[in-house]
Design a protein. Structure first.
Length: 230
């Protein structure tokens, strides 16, 4: 269920993130001499993004594993779910966005590094651009990363972020290949449902952490007691 959740966040979240990633996809230094090279270059670029997501997911899954080892996995799931719910409410009411100097400096440096790569059309270069794009700060990526932490495992965290990346690929590929016509046709009517979906996913994470004994949804966690015999 967690991986389908990640794919769904990526699929709907790409409608939100297209504001930042869309211009990058449109400006990719693709070899446009044939449709095969356009699609192939776009796929390589997106695989670079997925590679970054995979690595970050593994790292944060390791952090989550530390919480789980300390016995805080249920609390962690509730905290992550609460973060998602508050993020959805924040988006619906269009509350003030906070800008931090370190955050803006990080974005500027990544975009500067990416700009230097837009002069070459090699597949290796496109992959590296994708990797850089994968570490760009983004609200929906933060939500996915929160989910990766809640997985409480480096492997599961990595696959959670990889699944999230797979969900973003259809729209990102479509924008790279077909341009703004895809964005302008589908983006406005569906974007409004993204906060609702994030709210529901956050609620599921909260229920999961409440240890209610509901199979798959909120399974009962058994605390094993170790008895030493002498």
């Amino acid at each position: 269920m967690e991986y389908w959740t990640a794919i769904s966040i990526g699929l709907l979240g790409s409608l939100h993130c297209i504001g930042m990633c869309g211009p990058i996809a449109l400006a990719l230094p693709l070899d446009r001499s044939s449709s095969f090279k356009i699609v192939g270059g776009s796929v390589i670029y997106n695989l670079g993004r997925l590679f970054s997501y995979l690595l970050i997911g593994a790292l944060l899954g390791l952090v989550g594993n530390g919480f789980a080892m300390a016995g805080f996995q249920q609390i962690l799931s509730i905290v992550v779910g609460s973060f998602m719910v508050l993020s959805a409410i924040w988006a619906v009411f269009q509350l003030k966005k906070w800008n931090f100097q370190i955050h803006n400096l990080w974005i500027s440096r990544i975009k500067s590094a990416m700009a230097k790569r837009f002069r070459r059309t090699s597949f290796a270069n496109l992959f590296f651009i994708g990797m850089l794009n994968g570490i760009l700060p983004c609200g929906l990526v933060y939500i996915a990363l929160a989910g990766a932490i809640a997985m409480a495992s480096p492997t599961q965290g990595a696959f959670f972020m990889f699944a999230f990346g797979l969900g973003t690929m259809p729209l990102m590929l479509a924008v790279a290949v077909y341009g703004n016509q895809i964005k302008n046709k589908f983006f406005p009517p569906i974007k409004r449902f993204v906060p609702v979906f994030i709210f529901l996913i956050g609620t599921l994470f909260i229920i999961r952490g409440m240890n209610l004994g509901i199979p798959y949804l909120s399974p009962q966690t058994q605390h094993k007691q170790t008895i030493n015999c002498h």
